[in-house]
Design a protein. Structure first.
Length: 588
């Protein structure tokens, strides 16, 4: 065999395949072949040519295309998928899945081989119908160069590929060309969904239009990291740009329960951005805030707006969903409703409410045994039982259950920041697997640095296993981003704990008081109140708070707390335990 035309170089490879082709052929072979031929003539071939692509081979319903530019490859894929349904063709409709990789390719007599080709072919089946799946190297190459949002798909193992591949996915927007309406059902028990509309430029400066669009795109990208709700792609929400709209109608057309809208105004060198979170069914405002900055530091301002808005939206949606479950779906036995009702107890930290929460979430797990967030929620509740010193029967027996839930949650929730954060925190605090737990929490922050619970978990991880300065940084970040959200008592108590370790008892007491105002039934907050007062010689106050703790957590002893708390760095707990002992907490 001659190899005169063998050449090896870097290229972008696009692999495309028709969804359900075998089924379509079995149903109507003639119509399927006619539709595929027309699609290639009117859509595929012209789009590839216009983006400087070269068709290498056709494989039945599949195609392999190479590009010298990875940007051309991705733009070609987007153009192909966005043209879906816009061509008059006989049924059935041709829908593609597309995979794209960038790598070394061997060119030999008109054909191509190599790792770059193999990975692209393996990525294609991972795309949604009408969607695109790209390798991380492609994502890195198109940042700031392609106008599309790709969601993190995490690491995957591909057949005959000897290394994990990190993938990103573009999901097809809802059918905006046909303006199909998806009714917003009040009783819908699916996970909540959100649309972020273009922010309105109400200043006379046209340049601010680009700034406003940039803010919205950053917000959509950051919100897409949350797995607890779905975010509508920019392609769909931006069709409303410049239009006078009714929020309720938009929510109905896009099929979402919540809408985030806003505006931007410039006055001299000052910029003001407002943002509002609106319930789609009623048009009621759930949250509103404004942010001020300077045109001189516009990029820093853009980053700060994104961070602040994203940090508050997720807790507000969570609160709204809990209220919706209580108000409108009390009779439902859906797993998601059990989960929402569990969240009423997740932040309470008392034995009775912990029991009620576990009962509910176990019902959800019974319905959906592999739902990672349900498993992780149960893990968090089991951690409370094992670490807060409660005198409960069977606490030791729950360790095996907790370990089982953690492993299942991590398998089925890869890339979910909340899952990694809860499981990592539990490994540190309850199961004493410090290194693995710390690494999981570190991953959780990487998955979603704007998730407030995750930021708090990172503070706790550093408090017990790492740097106190890092712990303070995380706790202060959580307090700054959302001082009144669910879980605010976590970061405030964490800061109080740090001050106890450092011997600053007055500061610890002040922080613990703020924590108690956020949650009056949080055991560790009482530990700080008791220990700080005892260390300051204020025994009457210390004993009063000890009586308050024992009223809702009977049977708590110094020995139980020591056994339940992390001990990688023992001096991180000893000042608190010593203060509790001084105040009269029983040793055994």
């Amino acid at each position: 065999m001659s190899h005169d035309h063998v050449d090896r170089r870097l290229a972008a490879i696009l692999a495309a395949d028709v969804v359900g082709y075998s089924r379509m052929m079995a149903t109507d072979e003639t119509a399927t072949l006619a539709a595929l031929k027309l699609h290639r003539q009117c859509v595929f071939d012209p789009t590839v040519a216009s983006h400087n692509g070269r068709l290498v081979k056709l494989m039945g319903d599949g195609s392999l295309v190479r590009f010298d530019s990875v940007v051309d490859a991705v733009n070609c894929a987007l153009a192909l998928q966005n043209r879906a349904g816009n061509v008059d063709a006989p049924p059935p409709e041709i829908v593609l899945r597309i995979g794209i990789n960038l790598g070394d390719v061997t060119f030999d007599s008109g054909d191509i081989y190599g790792d770059g080709v193999n990975v692209a072919a393996r990525l294609e089946p991972l795309a949604e119908p009408g969607g695109i799946c790209i390798a991380a190297i492609v994502k890195e190459s198109i940042v700031g160069r392609v106008n599309a949002l790709f969601e993190d798909g995490g690491g995957v193992r591909l057949k005959n590929i000897d290394r994990p591949i990190h993938i990103w996915k573009w999901r097809p927007p809802r059918s905006t060309a046909a303006k199909s309406v998806v009714p917003l059902k009040t009783g819908d028990s699916m996970r909540p969904s959100l649309a972020v509309l273009p922010f309105q430029n109400i200043s006379s400066d046209v340049d601010q239009e680009y700034f406003a669009d940039g803010v919205v795109e950053d917000i959509i990208t950051a919100l897409s990291r949350f797995r607890s709700f779905a975010v509508i792609a920019r392609n769909s929400s931006f069709i409303y740009k410049g239009q006078a709209i009714d929020i309720r109608q938009v929510a109905q057309e896009l099929g979402v329960r919540y809408v985030l809208e806003g505006s931007i105004r410039r006055a001299g060198s000052r910029l003001r951005i407002t943002a509002q979170l609106v319930e789609g069914a009623t048009g009621a405002h759930l949250w509103a805030e404004h942010y001020d900055g300077s045109t001189e530091d516009v990029f820093d301002f853009q980053d700060r707006i994104t961070e602040c808005v994203v940090a508050i939206v997720e807790p507000q949606i969570k609160i709204a969903e809990i209220a919706l479950s209580r108000r409108e779906r009390p009779e439902s036995i859906e797993a998601y409703d059990f989960y929402l009702q569990t969240m009423l107890y997740f932040y309470s930290d008392t034995p009775e409410r912990n029991h009620d929460g576990l009962t509910l979430i176990n019902k959800a797990i019974a319905l959906e045994p592999n739902n990672a967030i349900y498993l992780a929620t149960a893990v968090g509740l089991l951690m409370q039982r094992g670490t807060l010193g409660w005198k409960l029967a069977g606490v030791e027996d729950q360790r095996a259950v907790c370990e089982n839930y953690i492993e299942r949650a991590l398998v089925h929730g890869h890339g979910d920041a909340t899952v990694a954060g809860i499981c990592g925190n539990t490994l540190i605090q309850y199961l004493k697997e410090y290194d693995r737990g710390f690494e999981l929490v570190r991953q959780a922050v990487a998955f979603n640095p704007n998730n407030l619970d995750v930021v708090n978990f990172a503070g706790v991880a550093n408090l017990h296993c790492g740097s106190l300065d890092e712990a303070v940084t995380y706790f202060l970040s959580a307090e700054r981003l959302s001082p009144n959200s669910l879980g605010a008592h976590w970061n405030l108590t964490g800061l109080a704990h740090v001050e106890m370790v450092r011997g600053n008892y007055e500061e610890a007491l002040a922080l613990a008081r703020k924590s108690m105002a956020a949650n009056a039934y949080y055991g560790p907050c009482f530990w700080m109140m008791i220990a700080a007062n005892a260390k300051l010689g204020r025994m009457e106050e210390a004993r009063q708070h000890l009586a308050g703790l024992l009223a809702f957590s009977p049977g708590v002893t110094v020995a139980r707390l020591r056994a339940g708390q992390p001990a990688k760095i023992p001096e991180r707990m000893e000042p608190i335990l010593d203060g509790l002992r001084l105040a009269g907490m029983p040793e055994e």
